[in-house]
Design a protein around this ligand. Structure first.
Ligand code: PMP
Length: 461
C-alpha cells in the first residue's frame, strides 16, 4: 500500500501487513503531537493510554527527537560484543543513580518481553553460578501478564493468552494475585488478606521445596490483564521476607507500572521493598524507540563476575545507540520538568474525575489505580460483581466506541471463569493537563454508555 495516498482506514483485504487483528480494518496513523495522534483523514485521537502505557511524554517531543537525530548523526549501531557506547553508559548511570538500593547494573534489551526473558535466564544462571543448580522452579501469579514470548508467557497468568500455547510452556506454579475487589473476604482486613496471600505463596514454596525455587515473579502493580491491580499494604513486604528466608530471588516486573507511571520512578518504592531483579520498558523510551532493561542487584551481578564471567544470553540489538539516546532524553526531560510530582498531582485530579463520572455508574464495579495509571472494572451487575458474557466483548466495544469518539483507551477482556473479565485501562502521558483529563473522562463515559447500550438489555438481566 502506498501510504502517501493512503485512505484513512486500511481494510484487511488491502494489506500485506500481518496485523494482529485479522478481521477488522485499522485507521492509518500519520502524525503525533503532544496528547494526540492524527489519522490519514485528519481525525485526531486523544491518547488516554499511551498505546499500552508507553507514551509517557506524549508524541513528537522536540528534545527527544533532537537527541535521536544527534545520535543518528554520530553513530547508530555498534554490536555490544565489540563495543560499548557513551550513550548506553550514560543511560545506565542515570538508571542506577535513581534505582532502589543495591542495584548496580543494567542489562539493556529491546522491550518488555525481552526484559522478562533476560531476567528469568539471569535468575537461572545466578543459581548455577553459586552452586545451586537444583533450583529450577519459578512461582508467579494468576491474572498477570509478563509478555508474549514463551518464557514470559509461561510465568504470565492470563488464561486467554496462554491457552493454545500451553504445551510449549515451561512448568510454572501460579498463586493468587492481590485482587482486593474480588478476593478479600468481608471478615478480613486488607492486611489480613495480604497475609493470607503470602501464606499461600509460602505453601507453594514448601510444596516445591524451598531449595528448588529460583524466583517469585510479580508485577508490582498489575497492568495488562486485570486493569491495574494494586497490592494491599504489607503484601510485598511479606513476599520479600519469604523470599529472603529461602534464598529465592524476587523479580518485579515494572514494564508497565514503572518509570514514573504510578507517581514514583519505580512502583516498588511505594511498597517499601527492593527486588533482586527488576524489568522496565514502555516508559523507559516513551515509545520513541523500542527499549527495555533489567536492573540487577550487585549481589547477583557479583555472582556472574566471580563465576563464569559471562551471561549466557544476548540479542543483536542490545543497548542500541539510538534507543539509548531516546531513553536518556526521555528520562532527562522527566527529571528536569519535575514530571513525577506532576504525575502525582494530575493523578489525584484524574482519580477525582473518575470517581465523579463512574462511582455511581451501574456498569463500573471498581475504579482503582495510582498516579496516572487507572483501571475500570466493568460489570453487568454491581452487587454480585457479575461480569458481562465474554462473547459480547464489551471491552472491545468500548475501545471502538472510544476510537469513534476520538479517544484511545486500552481494553482488556476475555475468559471469565479462568478470570480476566472486562477492564479499561487509562495511562495518559505525564504531560496531560487537567483539561485533557476532563475531556478523557467525558469521552470515556460516552463511549462506555454507547458500548453498554450496544450489548442490549438482555446483557444486564
Ligand atoms: N510485562 C508487563 C508487565 C507488561 O505489561 C508487558 C506489555 N504489556 C510486557 C511485560 C511485555 O512487554 P512487550 O510488549 O514490550 O514485549
Amino acid at each position: 500500500m502506498n501510504t502517501l495516498s493512503s485512505p484513512a482506514t486500511v481494510a484487511q483485504d488491502a494489506t500485506h501487513v500481518f496485523h494482529r487483528q485479522l478481521r477488522h480494518g485499522l485507521p492509518v496513523a500519520v502524525s503525533g503531537q503532544g496528547m494526540t495522534l492524527t489519522d490519514a483523514s485528519g481525525k485526531t485521537y486523544l491518547d488516554a493510554c499511551g498505546g499500552a502505557a508507553v507514551s509517557c511524554l506524549g508524541h513528537g517531543h522536540p528534545e527527544v527527537r533532537a537527541a535521536m537525530h544527534a545520535q543518528i548523526d554520530r553513530l547508530t549501531y555498534a554490536h555490544t560484543s565489540f563495543f560499548t557506547t557513551g550513550v548506553a553508559e550514560e543511560l545506565a548511570d542515570l538508571l542506577i543513580d535513581t534505582a532502589p538500593a543495591g542495584m548496580s547494573h543494567v542489562y539493556f534489551v529491546s522491550g518488555g518481553s525481552e526484559a522478562v526473558e533476560a531476567a528469568l535466564k539471569m535468575a537461572r544462571q545466578y543459581f548455577v553460578e553459586i552452586g545451586q543448580p537444583q533450583r529450577r522452579h519459578f512461582i508467579a501469579r494468576r491474572q498477570s501478564y509478563h509478555g508474549n514470548t514463551l518464557g514470559a508467557l509461561a510465568v504470565g497468568g492470563n488464561a486467554w493468552r496462554r491457552e493454545q500455547f500451553q504445551p510449549l510452556l515451561i512448568d510454572v506454579t501460579h498463586v493468587a494475585p492481590c485482587y482486593e475487589y474480588r478476593d478479600r473476604r468481608a471478615d478480613e482486613s486488607a492486611e489480613q488478606y495480604g497475609q493470607r496471600l503470602v501464606a499461600e505463596l509460602s505453601e507453594a514454596i514448601e510444596r516445591l521445596g524451598p531449595q528448588n525455587v529460583m524466583a517469585f515473579v510479580a508485577e508490582t502493580v498489575g497492568g495488562a490483564t486485570a486493569g491495574v491491580l494494586t497490592a494491599v499494604p504489607g503484601y510485598f513486604k511479606g513476599v520479600r521476607e519469604l523470599c529472603d528466608r529461602h534464598g529465592i530471588l524476587l523479580i518485579l516486573d515494572e514494564v508497565m507500572c514503572g518509570m514514573g507511571r504510578t507517581g514514583t520512578l519505580h512502583a516498588c518504592e511505594q511498597e517499601g521493598v527492593v527486588p533482586d531483579l527488576m524489568t522496565i520498558a514502555k516508559g523507559l523510551g516513551g515509545g520513541y524507540q523500542p527499549i527495555g532493561a533489567v536492573l540487577a542487584q550487585g549481589r547477583v551481578v557479583g555472582a556472574f563476575r566471580q563465576g563464569s564471567g559471562l551471561f549466557q544470553h544476548g540479542h543483536t540489538y542490545l543497548g542500541h545507540a539510538v534507543a539509548c539516546a531516546a531513553a536518556l532524553a526521555v528520562q532527562r526531560v522527566i527529571q528536569r520538568d519535575g514530571l513525577l510530582a506532576q504525575v502525582r498531582e494530575r493523578g489525584a485530579a484524574l482519580q477525582a474525575l473518575l470517581q465523579q463520572a463512574f462511582a455511581g455508574h451501574p456498569q463500573v464495579g471498581d475504579i482503582r489505580g495510582r498516579g496516572l495509571f487507572w483501571g475500570l472494572e466493568l460489570v453487568a451487575e454491581r452487587g454480585s460483581k457479575r461480569w458481562f458474557d465474554p462473547a459480547l466483548r464489551l471491552h472491545a466495544r468500548v475501545k471502538s466506541e472510544a476510537m469513534a469518539g476520538g479517544l484511545m483507551v486500552y481494553p482488556m477482556g476475555g475468559t471469565v471463569d479462568g478470570r480476566c473479565g472486562d477492564h479499561i485501562l487509562l495511562a495518559p502521558p505525564f504531560i496531560a493537563s487537567e483539561a485533557d483529563l476532563g475531556e478523557i473522562v467525558e469521552r470515556l463515559r460516552a463511549a462506555l454508555d454507547r458500548a453498554v447500550a450496544g450489548c442490549g438489555a438482555a446483557a444486564l438481566a
